[in-house]
Design a protein around this ligand. Structure first.
Ligand code: ADP
Ligand code: MG
Ligand code: MG
Length: 877
């Protein structure tokens, strides 16, 4: 095997596509060199050596040594200097680099090859002793701290001490003699810490540095990083040994980093920073303030021109935006690194679209270039960047996006405010939120709580809606009685403006303009290409006309899940609902339901109108009834008063409805089986709303979805009852309304008997939240206590509530789709429509899985619709 790959002087043994073997840095240094871009000569020791090193119990393969010697000799010939020469030494850098860039790997060591003897030679040769001794003291520091484990602080301490002694402020104020003294002290630090003198044989330095790079591969930080990022299958790190070029020889030298396009906006302009008279690290380290790259045009016009040529050449060659590092030594430009540039979602979209327009790539490549998750950046309301309003407090960034609104302190106040002033934005500020607050939460532009973490009720609900939310802002004190909050020493009243940034956790006093997202321009172009490529349809989960309209704007092709439980909250509704729950008999229940029906019907009319022509899947009531009753004494007293019944009766009913496992209790289809009048009311509301909308000239496609079935019999009873009622209503109406009745597959048993279930269902929608919960036997509300450990111990590769567990739950889905389609075909000779609703529908990996098992559509929250569209397109490439 070849262990060492050379590059330099317009040639290279390696290529850009050899990242596995040469690491990203090494592969691209080779590529740049072979396409004629000036790169200081050097060589790469392969990742295979790293692998073999560990296989052999930390021993290098025999043949590495002679190969390195030979490669080093080649470098010496190209540069015309000798490694360790005492009059004109070749110096090198030793740089780590795996196939993926990885924090925790060893930092680069510069100026390797300097010794007591060669530093003198360098000083004479360059006629710059200051430069030579500065380089030497940096080497001792870098080599000591990164290769030999000496604390960097010990060196820093000597530096400050000397500066104090010399009464100077800046490193640059130290003279050559001072630096020579510093070298002496650094060497003493080194010897004390390692027990041996600083190596005076340059080859000794080189091998120690090479070994240090290999050892860092198994260092704690690198191992931990690979574990967290789930990086497996890499052979190891490569080592790059490269002749040094110096950006710090004077004012005709410098160093910089740049992007070939703006990584924030994607604009096709050169973007970066440089420093005159500096070594690479200085630009990023923030020691001095760098200059914008455009200024180089004035300071070094020739170099700038050359850099612009290289910029073009690199983009043309890689067909992708590049992130580059360069150094200028006495007016000569050298490239030290190139790689694909990291960018924001906004920038990724613009660059992908423009690369197509510029003829570099085709539409399919553009689709694959953008990480679906990164579209989030384009889908959130942003704070006006021109605002001068500064954050006054910080909470936990719980749900991204920015929002400004008038403070309200209760959900009821939010509802009342919205009724009175529907156009005013509301900021719901609470200690924490609970399920009773959802109506008010939904009306608010943003939610801010003083307690709770990323998994608190407020955080979870807000994320589901794509609503900006900051939680756990402990610096804020709420006085609900007085109607005030105190933050950063200021007291604000209900009705005052407050602004949050859910992407950063920032809280600002006052109103800050926000910019609403829309799918337009390059974003729309890319989505258009995605739509052409994808096979999966994308629907949305929406319960209100506003959400439905938003989702439509984002390209939703229907509603895949309209939950009806929120329709039972709100002032008059919840009273009627509670009446229903507390009723003694069917008649009492029917009377209460009759009060609810017009509300539900109105809600459905709004949604059908918004979705004109697109299918709407409506799930019948799903949660257990106790969620609609208050559990505290005070709340129960209020209900008793509202309904004019004794408190004891309320208490008894709450007691009676108490369940040990509500998620596995009296909910879903079990409710209308026991209380058919509940299902009847909902079916009537749906169908009569459809009839009205149809009569008004719009087209409606309602799909009634029965949740939580485990047996065919459950579905059969409810389906037949629904069809009978619906058909009667339609017949009496005189218009023709088409509708479907289908079911959710969310209990493992339903997936197991999917062929039989499909005989009774016109569509399936996989409710993967419950399906995951029941397949694992995990309560999704209680995973906090152990999921962290499970992920850490690699018991699970990902949180199965975030991304479908393909291995287990995936089998049930795959089988459910296959059996369901077969069962439907055999009995009715028709295609069974299959989709997914629930959190997973917006997760790109899960979308890819849904594509693979042949679903017809995925459904996700409105703000994830574009993400799902792109993920579906990528899955079909
Ligand atoms: P990282 O992986 O952290 O980017 P690099 O290996 O790219 O580390 O090294 C960091 C910096 O060190 C580079 O940006 C460059 O400025 C400087 N550097 C590395 N090798 C050389 C060299 N041969 N000549 C001059 N500067 C170098
Ligand atoms: Mg670098
Ligand atoms: Mg469910």
């Amino acid at each position: 095997t070849k262990y060492v790959y050379s590059f330099g002087s317009g040639k290279a043994d390696g290529r850009a596509d050899m990242k596995e073997l040469l690491g990203g840095k090494g592969a691209n240094l080779a590529e740049m060199s072979s396409i004629g871009i000036p790169v200081p000569p050097g060589f790469t020791i392969t990742t295979e050596v790293c692998h073999d090193y560990y296989e052999a119990g930390r021993k290098l393969p025999e043949s590495v040594k002679p190969e390195v010697e030979a490669a080093l000799k080649k470098v010496e010939e190209q540069v015309g200097k000798k490694f360790g020469d005492s009059s004109d030494p070749l110096l090198v850098s030793v740089r780590s680099g795996a196939a993926l860039s990885m924090p925790g790997m060893m930092n680069t060591i510069l100026n390797l090859g300097l010794t007591d003897a060669s530093v003198e030679g360098l000083a004479k040769k360059t006629d710059n002793p200051r430069f030579a001794y500065d380089g030497y003291r940096r080497l001792i520091d870098m080599f000591g701290s990164t290769a030999m484990g000496v604390e960097h602080e010990l060196f820093e301490h000597e530096l400050s001490k000397l500066k104090d002694e010399k009464k100077v402020k800046l490193d640059t104020d130290l003279s050559a003699a001072d630096l020579k003294e510093l070298v002496k002290r650094y060497k003493a630090v080194y010897e004390k810490a390692t027990g041996e003198p600083f190596p005076q044989d340059p080859k000794d330095q080189l091998w120690k540095a090479i070994m240090a790079v290999f050892n860092s591969w198994m260092g704690n930080k690198a191992v931990e990083y690979r574990r967290i990022e789930r990086i497996t299958g890499l052979k190891g790190t490569a080592v790059n040994v490269q002749s040094m070029v110096f950006g710090n020889t004077g004012t005709n030298s410098g160093t910089g980093v740049a992007f070939t396009r703006d990584p924030n906006t994607g604009e096709n302009t050169f973007y970066g920073d440089y420093l005159i008279n500096a070594q690479g690290e200085d630009v990023v380290a923030g020691i001095r303030t760098p200059e914008p790259i455009t200024r180089l045009h004035e300071e070094m016009p020739k170099v700038y021109e050359q850099l612009m040529d290289i910029r073009q050449k690199l983009e043309k060659h890689y067909k992708e935006m590049q992130d580059i590092e360069f150094t200028v030594e006495d007016g000569t430009l050298f490239m030290l690194q190139t790689r694909t540039g990291k960018r924001t979602g906004t920038s990724a979209v613009r660059i992908a679209v423009e690369l197509v327009k510029e003829g570099f790539i085709d539409e399919k490549a553009a689709i694959s270039r953008v990480n679906p998750e990164s579209l989030n950046h384009l889908l959130l309301p942003q704070l006006d960047p021109k605002s001068k309003n500064k954050p006054v407090a910080q909470g936990i960034a719980a749900s991204p996006g920015a929002a400004s609104g008038k403070i309200v302190l209760t959900a009821e106040a939010a509802v009342a405010h919205a009724e009175k002033h529907p156009d005013e934005p509301i900021m719901l500020v609470r200690k924490e939120t609970s399920p009773e607050d959802v109506a008010g939460m939904h009306l608010a532009k943003g939610i801010l709580t003083s307690t709770g973490g990323k998994a608190s009720h407020a955080a979870v609900v807000a994320r589901g809606w794509g609503k900006p939310c900051v939680v756990g802002c402990e610096a804020m004190k709420i006085d609900e009685k007085a109607g005030t909050i105190t933050i950063a020493g200021k007291t604000l009243k209900v009705g005052d403006y407050l602004t949050i940034n859910g992407s950063t956790g920032d809280v600002m006093i006052g109103q800050v303009e926000t910019i609403d997202p829309s799918v337009s321009g390059d974003f729309a172009t890319l989505m258009g290409w995605a739509d052409k490529a994808r096979k999966l349809k994308v629907r949305t989960n929406a319960d209100t006309p506003a959400d439905a309209a938003k989702a439509r704007e984002f390209g939703a092709e229907g509603i895949g899940l309209c939950r009806t439980e929120h329709m039972f909250f709100g002032d008059e509704r919840i009273v009627a609902m509670r009446k229903m729950i507390l009723a003694d008999d069917v008649e009492g229940r029917k009377a209460a339901l009759a009060q609810l029906e017009p509300f539900q019907k109105k809600d459905f009319v709004g949604i059908f109108e918004a979705m004109d022509g697109l299918p709407v899947t409506i799930r019948l009531l799903d949660p257990p009834l106790h969620e609609f009753l208050p559990h505290d004494e005070k709340g129960q007293e209020t209900v008793a008063k509202e309904l004019g019944i004794p408190v004891q009766k309320v208490k008894d009913r709450v007691e009676q409805l108490h369940e040990f496992n509500p998620m596995l209790g009296f909910r879903g289809c079990r409710l209308p089986i026991v209380y058919p009048e509940i299902g009847d009311m909902q079916v009537r509301a749906i169908i009569s709303a459809a009839i009205d909308v149809k009569k008004a000239g719009k087209s409606v496609l309602p799909e009634i979805m029965i949740p939580l079935i485990g047996t065919v019999a459950e579905l059969k009873i409810l389906k037949e009852r629904a069809i009978k009622l619906a058909d009667e209503l339609i017949a009496a109406s005189g218009v023709k309304v088409e509708y479907l009745v289908g079911t959710m597959i969310e209990i493992p048993r339903a997936a197991l008997v999917a062929d039989k279930v499909a005989e009774e269902a016109q569509f399936f929608s996989f409710g993967t939240n419950d399906l995951t919960q029941m397949t694992f036997g995990f309560s999704r509300d209680d995973i906090k206590s152990f999921m962290g450990t499970y992920l850490k111990e690699k018991i699970l590769p990902v949180d199965p509530f975030q991304s479908i567990d393909v291995e287990g739950v995936g089998q049930l889905i795959e089988m459910g789709v296959k059996k369901g389609r077969e069962g439907r075909k055999a009995k009715h000779g028709e295609h069974l429509k299959v989709g997914i609703c629930g959190e997973h529908g917006g997760d790109p990996d899960s979308v890819a899985f849904c594509h693979k098992v042949g679903m017809d559509y995925v459904s996700c929250s409105p703000f994830r619709v574009p993400i799902a569209r792109l993920a579906a397109a990528q899955a079909s490439l």
